[in-house]
Design a protein around this ligand. Sequence first.
Ligand SMILES: [Fe+2]
Length: 135
Amino acid sequence: MTDRRDFLKASLVVAAGVAVGKVPPVLAGTGGLPKGLIYTAEAQGKWAGKAKSHAPVVSIDGSKVTIKTNHPMTEPHFIVRHTLVSDNGEVIGAKTFSATDVKAVSVFELPAGKSARYASSFCNKHDFWVTEIGS
Ligand SMILES: [Fe+2]
């Protein structure tokens, strides 16, 4: 239960930082939040060495944004969800996966005037990973 509360608290801190236009410190490293909540390629914490298979990879083609997590999709261990968030903290889209999905790939259409800033990928064993787009 504590893990869930910590995760929600961290999500609120990140959302608040995005809403006021600040880059959340956690996205630039490990500062600002307790370790063990959000992982990035730069701050892999206890999951050191797992960024290639967990940090979301983002490609943008015009208004189409594709998020990929290069992670196996098997019943005991898979990517649960992707989320794409704009630079002002608005959720542009999210996709929930199941273990039977072949790949953890999601595609989103950017609304006019919006830009994608953060992509997240949640692994059922290796927690919550964020990639800051354009950094
Ligand atoms: Fe994993």
